[in-house]
Ligand binder design. Sequence first.
Ligand code: AMP
Ligand code: ZN
Length: 461
Amino acid sequence: MDIKIWNTLTRRKEVFEPIHPGQVGMYHCGPTVYDDAHIGNLRAYVFADILRRVFEYNKYAVHQVINITDVGHLISDADDGEDKMTKTLKRLGKPLTLAAMAEVADIYFERFVTDLERLNIEKPQELPKASRHIDDDIALIKLIEENGFTYQTSRGICFDVSKFPAYGKLANLKLDELKAGARVALDPEKKSPADFWLWKFDPKLGWDSPWGKGFPGWHIECSAMSVKYLGQPFDIHTGGIDHIPVHHTNEIAQSEAACGRPLADYWMHSAFITLNHDKMSKSSGNFLTLQQLIDQAVSPLAYRYWLLTAHYRSPIDFNLEAIKAAQNALIRLMTIVSTYPDGGEADSSYLTRFQTLINDDLDMPQAVALAWALIKDSGVSEAAKKATLLDFDRVFGLKLSTVPKISETTVIPPEIQALAEAREEARQAKDWAKADALRAEIESRGFEILDQVDGYKVVEK
Ligand code: AMP
Ligand code: ZN
């Protein structure tokens, strides 16, 4: 059966044609690990996971990459301001060194992975860190330079968008309409406001390069890491909708300038979540983390269910009443599944209807509605319903075969607390093997440790 997906590049739904038959390579712009991800950010990865599962359901071999931005992402998409990681080092009172940056990035990276696990997101094959790919960035910038697309200013190496006539094709931007100061405050040394940093000089913090000490631009990191793991072109590139006009536009320009080939064949973007009708953002303080949901007795799987009830290209507004309703629906669904007998065979007519829906640009709201329609269908046996719903769950990822444990307050038994303290001691002593063994032991007893910048927390799994 064909899989149709909406391609931002062509602005239409297209039948997916893989580069290599039966295989799909996908790259998802990942988190900047300077803070916890908020639930808006996590929508981008639930979307990526559903996309992966849809391809797996269709028997594709999936190669999936989520990058970890641990250097080079400036606070503003307008290519200016401080590096996000540097800002965090200052906030935490840490020294401005690469070692301290890596230490902080590792903490938030682990917490990001924990969030992925809690949302039942399948672990991507690759989670490359930008700071470990500086040589790849430099090699790519050299190619772009050799092809004549760069110039140097006192602040760094810039990509010259005037040399790339197709600039802005993803977002349908017209270069001559990008007036100075309209989108980006014009740096007097930049030829165009849309020109962007490939390499940013920094005499104090960074890596040596042929142009001088500094660090790579955020866009070049994604171009370098995607191609390293997936080749050029690869199949699908995704991200949040905010990435269209700047980040992905710039990735396309520099990668095509380097190799003369497209970077990716399909570009997919998930819409934003607002919180109580306002933009969710770290700077305004209007955001929620997954941990904050858990603290309010909302299961991460309920959040996943709530996301499935909206199409990934629809903006949605988050509020606590809506998520509690989603949680009740999920609990009902799980309870119903648990009452059905085992041993049935999935209903082939429902399976086909399901596959048709998910293959139509991931119509998960209709797929969820189909699950409820199946439950109400008196023409299908309960055992067949169970088998069918568990088959759907390969894509939903809602762990429908388990009964949720959602408790307002969790009492941590003293023996678990003692194990957690022993693990923290092992971590302080950098005895990672022992720390990992103790974490596994804690998990096997139904609890998990969440590392935090200033310590750790134990919660029920
Ligand atoms: P960042 O860590 O800032 O690079 O963002 C990680 C991902 O979250 C990107 O794909 C963003 O497009 C996406 N994102 C940021 N804010 C929201 C939001 N409020 N709703 C949905 N996605 C978001
Ligand atoms: Zn990216």
